[in-house]
Design a protein around this ligand. Structure first.
Ligand code: CTP
Ligand code: MG
Length: 231
């Protein structure tokens, strides 16, 4: 039986970028504990739900230390000075058999298998680049004072999905971007959107860790309610 996107599939690999220094957090947030599991390990597990393999990108100075032991990682490689450079280095370690690649920020430990599956489904349906996105809840103004029409705006998350060849071509330009889909769009590729998850927050500052812990507790409580467990 052919694999569906909901089974881990060998033609899809993930690059989980975790080589940042966490300046705004005040340290290497990817190794921080979130409800008994490291942020990085949670992000890798989310990708594993749909991917045949996962490449983890870490800063060179943690390679060979216990921090670099990552359950579920097939390869651990050294990153670069920018996120884009880290993605490039991770991509270089993805086997040629993987035609589809997810790029995921280790800093988003609450990504769900459902979001990952939506991204893979859109790639399998023919998209070249796919981003999970959510409506913007704040009113947004430009610094010049223009209030933007919120209904036309979306906040973009990871994992983002790509046809590997197109992502490699985008990264061959050595350009730098906070977001790989943005890089591809600058080169004229269409970017498809699928529903993200409002709870798929990016751990940026210390308070985000507390919010993520509360969201996980809610998620566990509703899962226990659904199975009738815990009563
Ligand atoms: N990242 C990376 N290599 C870099 C910079 C960032 O792999 N040179 C990764 C981070 O580890 C993170 C993701 O890219 O998982 C998104 O980056 P961000 O949230 O900005 O994390 P940091 O760069 O670590 O944080 P800060 O910008 O506050 O220093
Ligand atoms: Mg950063």
């Amino acid at each position: 039986m052919p694999a569906t996107s909901h089974d881990p599939s060998d033609d899809v690999w993930a690059v989980v970028v975790a080589a940042g220094s966490g300046q705004r957090f005040g340290g290497a947030k990817q190794f921080a504990d979130l409800a008994g599991e490291r942020i990085l390990d949670r992000s890798v597990a989310a990708c594993r739900s749909v991917c045949g393999g996962v490449v983890v990108v870490l800063s060179a100075d943690v390679l060979g230390t216990p921090d670099a032991e990552v359950p579920g990682a097939d390869a651990v490689v050294a990153g670069g000075a920018t996120r884009s450079e880290s993605v490039r280095r991770g991509l270089a370690a993805v086997p040629a058999s993987a035609e589809l690649v997810l790029v995921h920020d280790a800093a988003r430990p609450l990504a769900t298998p459902a979001v990952c599956a939506r991204v893979v489904d859109a790639l399998r349906a023919g998209a070249t680049a796919v981003v999970p996105a959510v409506p913007v809840t704040d009113t947004v103004r430009t610094v010049a004072g223009e209030v933007l029409d919120r209904s036309q705006l979306r906040a973009v998350q990871t994992p983002q999905g790509f046809r590997r060849a197109a992502l490699e071509a985008a990264h061959a330009t050595e350009a730098d971007a906070t977001d790989d889909a943005g890089l591809m769009e600058r080169l004229g590729e269409q970017v498809a959107m699928v529903d993200g998850d409002p709870d798929n927050l990016k751990i940026t500052g210390p308070s985000d860790l507390a919010v993520a812990g509360a969201l996980l507790a809610l998620r566990d409580r509703s899962a226990a309610g659904a199975t009738g467990a815990g009563d």
